[in-house]
Each structure stands twice: as structure tokens, then as C-alpha cells.
Design a protein around this ligand. Sequence first.
Ligand SMILES: N[C@@H](CCC(=O)N[C@@H](CS)C(=O)NCC(=O)O)C(=O)O
Length: 305
Amino acid sequence: MASLKTSNSTNAPSSLRSSPSLSFSPSLSSKKTVTLPRIGTLSHSFQVQAKLCFRYPLKKTRATRISATMATKVVKEVLPPALDSTSEPPPLFDGTARLYISETCPYVQRVWITRNCKGLQDKIKLVPINLKNRPEWYKEKVYPANKVPALEHNNEVRGESLDLIKYIDSNFEGPSLSPDDPAKKEFSEELFSYTGTFYKTVIAALKGDANDAGAAFDYFETALSKFNDGPFLVGQFSLADIAYAPFIERFQAFLSDAKQYDITAGRPKLAAWIEEMNKNEGFNRTRCNPKELVESYKRKFAGQP
Ligand SMILES: N[C@@H](CCC(=O)N[C@@H](CS)C(=O)NCC(=O)O)C(=O)O
């Protein structure tokens, strides 16, 4: 079994470097090295990415805390208060890259994970928007579609989470999260295209028979068998994993709690993928409180008040 050992290198962005004594992620950062199992030949970019996403604890700032309510102990990024109809806009188009977000939105989460995994915490500022009491200037001056996520960068505002993760990967520094191999590139595109069907299939099952979600998770299980040089969708961790992670996080929690349906039963590759994703600090910092998530899904899909 091949393994990657990462050292306590100084190659990480300053935002992710830690003092040796500081330990936020009990599962990983208390160790000098971490072994990532089941990974064969690793590209340079994946090794750098692995250091960023799997190894580095956060630097010690007031904007970090350990959320005691998470199922696994994870460090959640503390956000500034959400801007609402009474708030002034930020100084728009002043050269700052801003990601407009809502903390619990899965589409936002895709972009937020990408930003974290590329080590762009100091380069892309998060601006939470209160969607229930949205500021008028958001639609008028920032993003006419009036949705989140939206990214303000280079005097333009863009939206659509799948477009944004690709945009950030191509237009910002940090390790590449896209495969170089043409077959993997092509398969990534297929995976991006399937996200809509995946979502619709599972949502229909959440409202009715949980077993009807099986086809979507079977697709995912089969996809994980396509490349055998790592536990992720195209072998190495990439944007394709980021595209699905927020949805699998939500569906797994809700289906298990409300429908007693274990999405990993009979799907060992999906189980291993979830285990690997749960080690990803860039993802963990964005994760929802699972209890709140299940309650909100129950209100939406199980007819509970
Ligand atoms: N297709 C969009 C979906 C974004 C989206 O629906 N965001 C929701 C929050 S999770 C939103 O902004 N809703 C506000 C609204 O529709 O008015 C994407 O992938 O970014």
C-alpha cells in the first residue's frame, strides 16, 4: 500500500502555517506527519494540495474555534455577521476579491471549499448575506441574479457554483484542483454534468421512498471505480469531489437520521471516499452542524414544522 508522508514544511501559505504547539484538528495536526493511505502515484500538485488540505492546522486567530457540536471534531471558520437590509455594502470593486455566501448553502460550500483547499483564505474574503432579509444593494449593485454564491473579482461579479470553482482554480494561485490527464478531465466533466440528476434523484427520494436514492449513490460508487490511483473520483482529490461533497454531507445525515437509510451500505468505495473527505480540513471548515442540517431537512422534506 503506497502512502504519502508530509512533513511540517514551510511551503504552505502563511495563513495556514501554525506554531508547532498549536493543535486545532485532533485527528491530524497533533502529529508531525500524516499518512494518507490507498494513494498510488501522486502528482506534485496533489502532494501540495494534500499538505494544504489534509495537514495544516489553522493559524491561531480569533476567527477559529472548535465546534463541539460537530460529529467529528472539526475547526469551523467563524464568519463575520451576515449583511442584511439595514447594512451598508462593502466598498465594492476596490480590488478586494469577495465571495458572497450564506453559511448553510451547499452551492456556496463548493466554492468555499475550493478557496480553502487552494489556500486562498487571505486572498478571497467571505461576505455572508442574510438571504431572508437581503440588502437591496446586493441585487442592484453586486449580483442581479440575487443568489449566493457570487464572486467579486477583477471588477466583475460571477455566479454559479460549478463555474466559480473552475474559475477560482484557473485564475488564482495555489495547487491545481483539476486533473491534467485528458481521460480524467473528460470524466470530470461527466461528473459535473451529473450533479443535477444526482441532486434531483436524491431529493425525490427524500420526499418519498429512500431506496429510490440508490441509483444516484450507485452511480457515485461506480464512478469511484473508474480510476484506481486514489480514493477520489478521478483518483486524486479534485473539483469533482468538491462538487459533490456538500450534497453527500447533507444526504447522508438526513437519510440516516430520518429514513434509517445508510448510503454507504454495500458501497465500500463511497464509505472510503467519505472517510477521506472527513480528513480534509478545507472541507471541514465549511461543514454544517449535522443536527441543524437534519432538522432543516426534516422541515423541508419530511413535512415537519
Ligand atoms: N445554480 C446556483 C444555485 C445557487 C442557489 O440556489 N443559491 C441559493 C442559496 S442555497 C440562493 O441564493 N437562493 C436565493 C434565491 O433563490 O432567492 C449555483 O450553483 O450557484
